[in-house]
Write a protein that binds this ligand. Structure first.
Ligand code: ZN
Length: 251
């Protein structure tokens, strides 16, 4: 144990802490193994991601909290481990809050004046959210010429469509985009996507084990939902083509 006057840097030498940390790290490892199994429900997937991250960060907090630095003991503040120990969970916490609340709020606030409250698309989305038993999302229009569509389901449900989507696509194709986004809302894809990016950001294990549950699954699910509801591939293919074409024009 390294000890200074008024400043204790209690590191690895505490057996209880080592045991607790090992338990925590094994939980983190097993949650990751469970995550790699296919057919895990979205809800379980998200819980597992957070269980993994928390149990991974816990040992850092554990060792970090023992660094009993008094106000008079300035050198402790330069201790890298203590800084990491406090910074990591704090970063985790702040990023979670910001991904779940701040980013969607910013989009909602900046596009507040451009909300669709009537017309065909409005009625279409209203009808389907009732049918799918999800809360009716607000529809916002983003002032961009290129076709962009995405959705959030954190504290509020919202679908964002760019002016480009509404301009370039025909009615049935816009319905196709709406159905795709509604499926994401139903499957809580935005939460999965955010959690997955958190996992990639904070867990080194996710790289080591060749961990790759990306969002392609979610995209396939959303497209299959479109096919099921529209009963034809035609509009989905056309819509994708138009999104693609725009990318080509831009180049
Ligand atoms: Zn999608």
């Amino acid at each position: 144990m390294i000890e200074k006057i008024g400043c204790y840097i209690g590191l690895i030498l505490d057996p209880q802490k080592i045991i607790l940390s090992l338990i925590s790290l094994s939980i983190s490892f097993f949650t990751l193994l469970l995550l790699k199994k296919t057919g895990v429900s979205t809800k379980l997937k998200i819980s597992l991601i957070y269980a993994h991250l928390t149990s991974l960060v816990f040992p850092f907090v554990l060792f970090g909290t023992h660094v009993g630095c008094g106000i008079a003991c300035m050198p402790c503040y330069n201790n890298v481990l203590s800084l990491v120990s406090y910074a990591l969970p704090t970063t985790l916490f702040i990023s979670t809050i910001s991904s779940f609340f701040v980013v969607p709020s910013l989009y909602i606030i900046t596009n507040k004046k451009r909300i669709i409250k009537s017309g065909h698309l409005y009625r279409f989305i209203k009808k389907y959210s009732e049918k799918m038993k999800i809360s009716e999302p607000k529809i916002y229009v983003i002032d961009k010429a290129e076709p962009i569509a995405f959705s959030f389901r954190t504290f509020k449900s919202a679908i964002f469509l760019s002016v480009g989507v509404l301009d370039i696509l025909k009615d049935r194709e816009i319905e196709c985009v709406a159905l795709h986004e509604l499926s994401h809302l139903k499957e809580k894809s935005s939460i999965t996507k955010i959690s997955l990016s958190m996992l990639k950001l904070f867990s080194p294990f996710s790289l080591i084990s060749g961990f790759n549950i990306d969002s392609t699954d979610e995209e396939k699910k959303a497209d299959n939902f479109v096919l099921k509801e529209q009963k034809t591939k035609k509009y989905l293919i056309l819509t994708k083509k138009r999104f693609q074409q725009f990318k080509c024009y831009k180049k």
